[in-house]
Design a binder for this molecule. Structure first.
Ligand SMILES: NC(=O)c1ccc[n+]([C@@H]2O[C@H](COP(=O)([O-])OP(=O)(O)OC[C@H]3O[C@@H](n4cnc5c(N)ncnc54)[C@H](OP(=O)(O)O)[C@@H]3O)[C@@H](O)[C@H]2O)c1
Length: 338
């Protein structure tokens, strides 16, 4: 008898083999789901939420990066778009871009200047001004995109209190506020889509980006809970699990296989709505829509947590070092040209 036959002839050996086979089958099944949802299963057609039917898509943080692309691509798909950011000049530039790209169609654009970090005496007035503008619209889609991170990775005791509070205000409080403004009209119609732009920093605790990381973990848990609350009432809530994308926030200028441009990224988000593509096992109402990032997320999901936290910490130490060196070079250059 071979060793293997010996092992399988005992009840304990058989039980071990069965557990092994079951574990391997689970990995294989999850991998098959990853591949089919990334490449084959179609996402919801945007017409389901009112594209080409006069409904509005509301996008926060829409003058740059991922938000600007959502505004452009949702307009192209046939939504009227309402875009909100701080700078009216940049909003007007995006309005013009959307109008130029959609001339000859009925697509309308509204712009609204607001600073989502405000928590002074005027903040309530700003929110009611925004609420009044949105009340008039038939909102089919809300993209909670606006977000703030650290300028560069830093240890918590070095992060200015204002930065920590701005992150919580923008990433958490403004997102809840926007959702409470948009939901009633969606519920009346029993139809709507809410996309919350999350981050890998929310699924793997990010040392040296602690407050940002925790704010995105909030977004993940909150989105999954909301999705279940409103599923039976016609509202799709989705947490969009995002690794690096070329943008001002990431400070990455060149795309690569793992780090797409905002255009490529948003195209993949809009293609995968409702598929759960690339979600880690056990995580609901979430997509990791861009396939190289989905495969990475799947792989990370099986690594020990202590390892991914350590790896992320080292990555952030490295990013901080390079950012400080760049600042030194820029300061030296500025001193020379004075
Ligand atoms: N890029 C990445 O690698 C990455 C990775 C994971 C997750 N994400 C998430 O994706 C989302 C978008 O990021 P991004 O990289 O596209 O950012 P971005 O290029 O820096 O754009 C940020 C947008 O938000 C607006 N904004 C910033 N602060 C604001 C405030 N206080 N009030 C109102 N509007 C404000 C900016 O316009 P104004 O300056 O005109 O206000 C701009 O339109 C964020 O939630 C981010 O956490 C990004």
């Amino acid at each position: 008898m071979s060793d293997l036959q010996n092992l399988l002839s005992s009840p304990a050996g058989l039980a071990l083999a069965a557990i092994g086979a079951l574990t391997l089958s689970c990995y294989a099944w999850n991998f098959i789901k990853l591949v089919t949802k990334s490449f084959i299963v179609p996402g919801y057609n945007l017409k389901k939420f009112g594209a080409k039917n006069g409904r509005w898509a509301v996008v926060t943080g829409a003058t740059d990066g991922i938000g600007r692309e959502f505004a452009l691509q949702l307009a192209k798909a046939g939504f009227n778009v309402f875009i909100a950011s701080r700078s009216m000049d940049k909003l007007e530039a995006v309005r013009k871009e959307i109008n130029d790209a959609n001339s000859g169609t009925n697509v309308q654009v509204q712009v609204h200047a607001i600073d989502f970090s405000r928590r002074d005496a005027q903040a309530e007035g700003e929110w009611s001004r925004l609420g009044d503008a949105l009340k008039k619209l038939d909102i089919g889609v809300l993209v909670n995109n606006v977000g703030k991170s650290y300028d560069i990775p830093a240890y918590f005791d070095d992060v200015p209190t204002k930065d920590n509070e701005d992150i919580v205000q923008i990433n958490i409080n403004a997102t809840m506020r926007m959702t409470q403004i948009a939901l009633p009209a969606m519920l009346t119609k029993k139809n709507g889509l809410i996309l919350n732009i999350g981050s890998f920093a929310g699924s793997v605790p990010g040392p040296m980006l602690a407050t940002y990381s925790a704010s995105k973990a909030f977004l993940s848990t909150w989105s999954q809970a909301l999705a279940d609350e409103y599923k039976s009432r016609g509202i799709v809530v989705e947490h969009v699990h995002t690794y690096f994308v070329v943008s001002a926030m990431s400070k990455i200028r060149k795309p690569s296989l793992l780090i797409p441009t905002a255009k490529t990224y948003v195209r993949s988000v809009l293609k995968h709505i409702g598929t759960g593509a690339g979600a880690m096992p056990g995580v609901t109402a979430t997509t990791t829509p861009y396939w190289p990032q989905a495969f990475m997320s799947w792989f990370i999901g099986y690594l020990p947590r202590w390892f991914t936290i350590r790896w992320t910490h080292n990555l952030h130490i490295d990013i901080r070092k390079r950012a400080l060196k760049k600042r030194e070079r820029e300061a030296a250059l500025a001193a020379k040209t004075k």
